[in-house]
Design a binder for this molecule. Sequence first.
Ligand code: SF4
Length: 375
Amino acid sequence: MSDVKELLAAFAEVADHPSAQADRYLAEGKRIIGVGPYYIPEELVHAGGGVPFGVWGMVGPAAEAKKYFPPFFCSICQMTLEMGLTGKLDRLSAMMVTGLCDNLRPFSQNWKAGVGNRIPMIFVSQPQNRFFPGGRQYAIDSYTEVKRDVEESLGTIIEDDALRSSIKIYNDWRSAMRQFVRLAGQHPAEVSVEERVKVINAGYYLLKEEHLEMVRALNAALGALPSSLAGYKPIVVSGIYEDIPEISRILDDNNYAIVADDIAKESRAFAMEVPETGDPLEALADGFCNLRNDSVLFDPKKGHCRAIPALAKEAGAEGVVILMAKFCDPEEYDEPITKIECEKAGVPVVVIEVDQSTETYEQARTQLETFGELL
Ligand code: SF4
């Protein structure tokens, strides 16, 4: 147990001090490239000797970004722009941005106008129609352009062998993260919700091989312990992000155990598997095109909404907590259908609204206390 606590403390140190990680990498002579949501082929940055650094907004009030966005705009976009406008990201050599939702596209133009002269943007265009040859070719062409932009930003040429080796590291890392999520769900007494988030967030600020080594050590330590799930309420959480400190605290205070998740910043981000043979750029495109069950991806039959209760049943969860990111269209479209699918499957569900700019969650506390009693 003390072994586990020491390991968790190392993750928390990284997650709580992203700037210190950036300083360390810069002192080593590495260039850092910001990586926003979703599914950015950051293996390209890794293969070019750069450091991909996760930038998914931050918790706090937006001031400068309000000059660019109406108030009813998702907080990830607002807070990421706020970070750029207030100089918090000035050490980045570039910022990689996708256009997978209707908020990310205008965000990219605001980034260009407000921050782009200091931190150039690398726009990663991905096809929504992923299951026909034209969509795949679009992804390959787009990633070819992205590769050129990353090379220019890092001042290097990305060799195929280096890219293959980065793909392997990322596949190993995603697999270890999937294992961690399962183990953390079975060991809530050892890994609180708050600690679980820090393990995951640390991965956004470290080179993946460094994080992978830490996660493997933690997985081995947890795997050697018996499950401590008895007495906790096993749930699945779904949404875009869960790393709002007050939400983690409420889940911990009410003895919830996250036995599986459908969070974009968590398990959805670890779901991708990139082929390790063949042309590595085509492999990255195939990794993206093979993705399923995500609100930000074209999903006309709404497999995502059915996958959530199915995940709950498979993981032995007693309920689903949807953390609804405020003003997030893709999640809001899926929510009513997900609720119906959960009801059909006999899985209780509750919806909690979250926002990076909101710091008090008293209503959420009451909702989660009541939901816990229901379970
Ligand atoms: S998917 Fe939702 S949370 Fe993510 S950037 Fe788009 S609107 Fe914002």
